[in-house]
Structures are given as structure tokens and as C-alpha cells.
Write a protein that binds this ligand. Structure first.
Ligand code: HEC
Length: 103
């Protein structure tokens, strides 16, 4: 009995830890406000010079944004906008853009 309760507690703890770290599409939508001017509110850019990010692969978006942030992919402007964001913010934004339809 005691073991079962312990296992249940561990399982619940693991679940809530996972939930806390899972990328959040709605949080990503809010966090992408500063990106909308260039990439569009839903990730479909209105400007020929700026890429669409809607419907892009989530893992690719995370990787390339982290690359900009740490300077592995060089773009002064993108590095500047991503510098204040945490990896969790970047994961949320990636989940949001990946969930949008590329038009
Ligand atoms: C002032 C305009 C501007 C703003 C603001 C901006 N971006 Fe960008 N973004 C660009 C441009 C231009 C590129 C292409 C850069 C390059 O050549 O690598 C780009 C590239 C990207 C890429 C890579 C796309 C690909 O196909 O590889 C991602 C992802 C991205 N931006 C996400 C964001 C996010 C998230 C924000 C907000 C935190 C943001 N951008 C804010 C202009 C902007």
C-alpha cells in the first residue's frame, strides 16, 4: 500500500514536471508579439525580405533560434531580438509557429 502511494506520488510529480516544461502554444502566441511586425501575426510574413515561419517544423525553429541566440547562425537583428528570450520562451514560440498554417 505504502509502495503504491509512493509510486503514484512519483508518477504525479513526473507528470507535473513534464507539463511545466512542455512547449505552450498559447504562451508562444503572446511571446511572439515582438516578432509579428516582421514575420506576421501568424508567422506569415507580409514582407518579401522576411521569411515565413508558419507551419515550419517545430524542432527546426527551436534549433535555428538557439543558433541565432548563441551566434552560431549569424544575423545581428535576429540575435538581438532573441537575446532576451529564454530557451523555454523559444520553445513556446516555436510550438506556436509550427501550429500555424503557411499561407
Ligand atoms: C525587424 C524584423 C524582424 C523581427 C522583429 C524578427 N525577425 Fe525573425 N527574421 C527576420 C529576418 C530578416 C530573417 C532572415 C535572417 C537570415 O537571413 O538568417 C529572420 C529569420 C527568422 C527565423 C529563421 C527562419 C528560417 O527559415 O530559417 C526564425 C525562426 C525567426 N526569424 C523567428 C523570429 C522570432 C521568434 C522573432 C521574435 C522574437 C523574430 N524572428 C523577430 C526578421 C525579423
Amino acid at each position: 500500500m505504502r509502495t503504491a502511494a509512493l509510486i503514484a506520488t512519483i508518477a504525479l510529480t513526473a507528470l507535473s514536471v513534464n507539463a511545466a516544461h512542455a512547449a505552450d502554444v498559447e504562451a508562444g502566441r503572446e511571446k511572439s508579439a515582438s516578432c509579428a511586425g516582421c514575420h506576421g501575426v501568424d508567422g506569415n510574413s507580409q514582407t518579401p525580405m522576411n521569411p515565413n515561419v508558419a507551419g515550419q517544423k517545430e524542432q527546426y525553429l527551436v534549433t535555428t533560434m538557439l543558433d541565432y541566440k548563441n551566434g552560431k547562425r549569424q544575423h545581428t537583428l535576429m540575435q538581438a531580438v532573441l537575446t532576451p528570450l529564454s530557451e523555454a520562451d523559444i520553445r513556446d514560440i516555436a510550438a506556436f509557429y509550427a501550429s500555424q498554417k503557411c499561407k
